[in-house]
Design a protein around this ligand. Structure first.
Ligand code: HEM
Length: 183
């Protein structure tokens, strides 16, 4: 994945726990690069190693780390020009979820080697079914956090429940998403 993803992990850990903890996590992950370069491609194994090391170091389940990182990613990516792209891609959570593939296609103009996931939405009983497909395993908790982060960005409360898991043999991960205005 692009270095921007690892930079966001670094920013999250440093903000929440401080730079010395980040150095320990990086060491535990076996990462020797002094800093990540935003536009450079790193093996996915680096990102997984960082998330795993953070979970072990903080004695947290990896799912919780990925969930927190999903929420953080929206704030992190939303700070720069990408925030405008997200806002322009939808005026609420449902609209943005429906536009995710188009949005990643726009992002790929700047990140030509992007290997983005794919999402499909379908309205269901006033809520929304969200299907998530990726060649990368284990990232469903990241998606849960991302969707919560999108809700926060729009000032909406999001209920999201995973209803199918690729890990458990389903054809893809699927979620039911329901939004309401935050109080
Ligand atoms: C404008 C904001 C965003 C930017 C700049 C962005 C960019 C990226 C980048 C650079 C990657 C790494 C992929 C690679 O390097 O090959 C990525 C992965 C990913 N993105 Fe986005 N993204 C944004 C918003 C979102 C949102 C809103 C969602 C979903 C709600 C999302 C879902 C994902 C997921 C799940 C991955 C992990 C890779 C995978 O599943 O295979 N992204 N994105």
């Amino acid at each position: 994945m692009y270095g921007m993803v690892n930079q966001a992990i670094e920013a999250m850990i440093t903000e929440k726990f401080g730079a010395p903890q980040w150095e320990l996590i990086k060491e535990r992950a076996g990462v020797e690069d002094p800093a990540f370069v935003m536009m450079k491609q790193y093996p996915d194994a680096v990102t997984y190693a960082l998330a795993t090391a953070a979970a072990e170091h903080m004695k947290m389940p990896i799912a919780d780390v990925l969930h927190a990182f999903g929420i953080y990613w929206i704030e992190f990516a939303g700070k720069g020009p990408w925030g405008k792209l997200m806002q322009a891609s939808g005026k609420n959570t449902y609209e943005l979820l429906a536009a995710l593939d188009a949005m990643h296609t726009r992002i790929a103009v700047s990140f030509p080697d992007l290997a983005p996931p794919s999402f499909r939405v379908e309205p269901r009983d006033g809520a929304m079914l969200l299907e998530y497909r990726s060649h990368r395993p284990g990232l469903a908790p990241f998606v849960l956090g991302l969707v919560h982060g999108v809700g926060i960005m729009y000032g909406e409360h999001v209920d999201i429940e995973q209803i199918a898991a690729k890990d458990a043999g389903a054809p893809c991960d699927a979620f039911m998403v329901r939004t309401r205005p935050a109080l």
